[in-house]
Each structure stands twice: as C-alpha cells, then as structure tokens.
Design a protein around this ligand. Structure first.
Ligand SMILES: NC(=O)c1ccc[n+]([C@@H]2O[C@H](COP(=O)([O-])OP(=O)(O)OC[C@H]3O[C@@H](n4cnc5c(N)ncnc54)[C@H](O)[C@@H]3O)[C@@H](O)[C@H]2O)c1
Length: 465
C-alpha cells in the first residue's frame, strides 16, 4: 500500500478536532481535512481569534495556529474531502438512543450510518475507512455492508481505531499516547490497511505501543476501557459514603490501597461523580449489548456502576439540602464549576447539571460561575432535562463572571468542578461577605479542611465526616 498523503475526518468535535490537529502537526507531509455538517462549528475552527475555537484544550490553539492553512483544513465540503482522501476517519457523535428499541441504553448509530452512505456515494477509488467514534462491537460489519452494497464497486477496508484521549489533557494524551489500538481484518488488504494507519502514528509513537487486533476486539476494548475507568470512580465514591459515616478518611484510604501495585494510585479520587460524554454512554451501551446476548448478570454488574454514580450526585445534593436545615427555598447558593472536569468547556453529563437540578427543585436561587462554560450552554443543559420551563430555569438560576462578588449574602457555595483557580481565591474575604453560618460543599476535595474551618466555614468535603 502506498503511504497516506491525504486524510479526511468526518466530525470536527472534541475527538476529530484535537486528533487531526495532532496528526497534522506530527505528519507535515499529510494533508488533513476535517469536515462537519455544522457550519457554525467549522466557522469557529477557522476563526482568526484562536481564543474562540469551538473546543478548549490546553495546547490546542498553538497547534491550530501552526498548521491551519498549511496541512490542516476545516471545511463543510464533506463530499470533496471524502473524494480526495485515501483514508477517512469517522469521528461523529454516537449518543445514547432517545427513542425506539434500545432507548436510553443502545448507541444511536444514525450519524455513523449517514457517514457510511455518504462515503459509499462519493468514493470513486479504494478507501480505508477508520472508525474513530466509539461504537458497539460488530458495527464495522454494518458499515462494511452499507459500503459494499451501495458503493461504486470500490474496495473499502474498515479499521477500528478507538480514541482514548481524555478531555482536558487531549493534546498531551495524543502526543504521548499509552497505546494506539488498530483493529482490522486478517486478510492481506486488511493487514495493509492496518500497516498504513500504523505508519501514520509511527511518525511520533514507538511501534511497540501501536497494538493490532481483530476488529471486534478493538471495538469492544474501547467500551471495556471506559467501563473499567468509570468502575474505579464509582468504587471509590461508594467508599466515600462509608467514610462519611465512620470517621475514616477517603484520601487516606485511596493512598493506602493505591500503594498496592496491583491496584495502583490513579483514578482513586472521590468526587461528586463522573461526567463527560463517554463513561455513562459507553457503559449503557455495554449493558445493552450484554443483555441483547442474554447475559443478564453481566449487564446488571456493569449497570451498577451507573447506579452508584447517580447515587453520588443525588447524595451530594441531599446533603446540601439537609445541612441548610431542610429548606433552601429562596436561599442563595453559588455553584463553582459547570464543566464535567477542569480544563475543558465540555459539560455533557456533568455532575453540576444533576446537582443544580435537584437544588432548583427545592426552589433555591442559584448563581453559577465557570471560567470556560458559556451562559447559553448552561441554560441549554438545564432546559434539556425538561424538569421545568426555560423561563423558570432563567428565573431561578443566573450565570455570573464575577465569582467573588456574587458570594455577598450567599448561604452556601458548592464546588462542582476542580478548576485550579478556586484554590487561589481569597476565601477569607468570601467568608466575611457570606451569610452566617457560611457553608462550603466541596464536591472535588479541592480545598484544605483545616484552613477552611479556621476561617469559620462549615466545610463539607466529600469522603470525610
Ligand atoms: N469526547 C471524548 O472525550 C471522547 C473520547 C474518546 C472517544 N470519543 C468518541 O468519539 C466520538 C465523537 O465524540 P465527540 O466528543 O468528538 O463528539 P462531538 O459531538 O463533539 O462531535 C461530533 C461532530 O460530528 C458532526 N457530525 C455528525 N454527523 C455528521 C455527518 N453525517 N457528517 C459530518 N459531520 C457530522 C457533528 O456536527 C459534531 O460536530 C463519539 O463516538 C465518542 O464516544 C469521545
């Protein structure tokens, strides 16, 4: 197989944008075109003001500044980019289905199918089609069927190349990937396709870290990796509830068990619950697949990870309500952080949404501050829940960009994202201007208990009584 000189990526989102930027940076001789049907998103990728790129990731704007217009292009001309490329990444969203069979669990593959049909319609020469999106095991078969039955008799090789980046550290994760997984057919043309994709990554990663498997193992590995990561978070979070009842300290537990080399220290931070677009969606998908094969015990086991996560969010909200004397109606509560974690503007499945919704149900007056999330996004997240009218959401919840000033006469502050800047705030001033007793509910274990208590706060830190 000739080496790849033109890549197209369908989907300019949290995965497509950063991944292709890094490929363009590391492979200057490859022309990379990222396409999307969302014109606004593409316009934002092409903006002169790099601070308004559609996705915030540390290190991303520097790469876009360096490569855009040279070998990195953002465009809405999907057909043209497909036609020109030898290798096409599909990086579109695969949300949980909200209708029909599998509603609430299965992955909605309509965007994937549209891409496959589009590729089939446009392609006039052989293509390697790479599944970058996270997909249920055996999706490659469906893509192959569509391509083979509707295409112009050209040869398509389907590869699975799931993305393991974490938002907030996407660029670092891509440049120093622990591993890259490439699944493909064991035929000679399948092997050639796997090698062609491997050669792209070999521009910057050692070959030992590029793992080749069959397609089905690759597809399933991505779901399993996310399930294991989320399971760790839920495991430590359930223990945080026990710590709060027993005077044990979750941080000491994490440290004690993390020293066991079989367990390891990472991903053992208790928090208000995991969020993000992937963990919940991918586990639900795993649960759905297991159940569809009649493996109910397997499905129930993994479903518990989500149940524990929901419990963590609701228990945090309930603790705020009960600590504020079981009545928060009309009380001013400040939420610090709306993003699902620090260093991203992504709010999908953020714990803040569930906590805010529970507090709004009790008619609290909420003011939200997040350094990277826009007001429109915050209201859109709440409106999407359909718990109350959009007018009611806007009446009860306000968004601010003056985080210190708004704490005047506030009853409580809830920290829901671990943004570093919260650590640097003048908490003494904040305390002085709040109503007393002044409560801080730290859902990210960000602040120092002794300091906060010395200032005078009623300070609740998850996992500590
Ligand atoms: N976000 C993450 O951290 C992450 C990490 C690993 C894997 N993934 C997986 O990667 C996939 C993409 O996730 P994302 O977060 O980048 O999603 P996203 O919603 O940010 O981006 C998807 C983009 O695809 C575009 N799109 C949809 N259908 C299209 C079509 N037919 N033609 C052209 N463009 C189309 C949308 O307009 C959108 O801009 C998902 O399967 C997700 O599970 C995400």
């Amino acid at each position: 197989m000739k080496s790849i000189t033109k890549i197209c990526c369908i989907g300019a989102g949290y995965v497509g944008g950063p991944t292709m930027s890094v490929i363009a940076k590391q492979c200057p001789e490859i022309q990379v075109t990222v396409v999307d049907i969302n014109k606004d998103r593409i316009d934002q990728w092409n903006t002169n003001d790099l601070d308004t790129l559609p996705i915030y990731e540390p290190g991303l704007k520097e790469i876009v500044a360096e490569r855009r217009g040279k070998n990195l292009f953002f465009s809405t001309e999907v057909d043209k980019a497909i036609d020109e490329a030898q290798m096409i990444f599909i990086s579109v969203n695969t949300p949980t289905k909200t209708y029909g069979k599998g509603k609430g669990q299965a992955a909605d593959l309509k965007f994937i199918e549209l891409c496959a049909r589009n590729i089939a319609k446009v392609a006039k020469d052989d293509k390697i089609v790479v599944e970058k999106s996270t997909l249920p095991v055996r999706t490659a078969q469906a893509i192959q069927n569509i391509l083979d039955n509707t295409g112009n008799s050209v040869n398509f090789e389907i590869l699975s190349n799931p993305e393991f980046l974490a938002e907030g550290t996407a660029i670092e994760d891509l440049i120093h990937a622990d591993r890259v997984l490439i699944g493909g057919n064991d035929t000679p043309s399948g092997q050639a396709a796997k090698d062609a994709l491997s050669a792209v990554y070999e521009h910057w990663l050692p070959k030992e870290r590029i793992l080749q498997t069959n397609v089905w193992s690759s597809e399933l590995s991505k779901l399993v990796a996310n399930a294991f990561l989320a399971q760790r978070v839920s495991s430590i979070n359930t223990i945080s509830a026990l710590c709060e009842k027993t005077d044990a300290n979750i941080q000491e537990i994490s440290r004690a068990i993390g020293f066991d080399s079989r367990i390891g220290p990472k991903f053992l931070n208790a928090s208000v619950g995991f969020g993000g677009s992937c963990f919940q969606k991918d586990i639900l998908n795993l649960v759905y697949i297991a159940r569809s094969y009649g493996l109910n015990e397997v499905a129930d086991y993994w479903e518990q990870v989500i149940i524990a996560n929901d419990y963590q969010k609701s228990r945090f909200a309930e603790n705020i309500i009960s600590s504020l004397y079981n009545t928060i109606s009309g009380k001013k509560i400040i939420i610090y952080g709306w993003a699902f974690k620090k260093d991203t503007n992504d709010t999908r499945e953020s714990a803040a949404i569930a906590v805010a919704d529970a507090l709004l149900e009790e008619r609290a007056e909420i003011i939200v501050y997040d350094p990277k999330v826009s007001e429109e996004r915050i209201y859109a997240d709440l409106d999407y829940l359909n718990t109350r009218s959009p007018e009611e959401n806007r009446r009860l919840l306000k968004v601010t960009n003056t985080p210190i000033e708004v704490t005047k006469e506030a009853h409580a502050i809830a920290i829901l994202t671990e943004w570093d800047e919260f650590k640097t705030y003048d908490w003494k001033t904040i305390y002085e201007q709040m109503l007393k007793p002044a409560f801080v509910f730290d859902g990210r274990r960000l602040l120092d208990s002794a300091t906060m208590e010395t200032i005078g706060f009623n300070y609740y830190k998850i996992g500590q009584s």
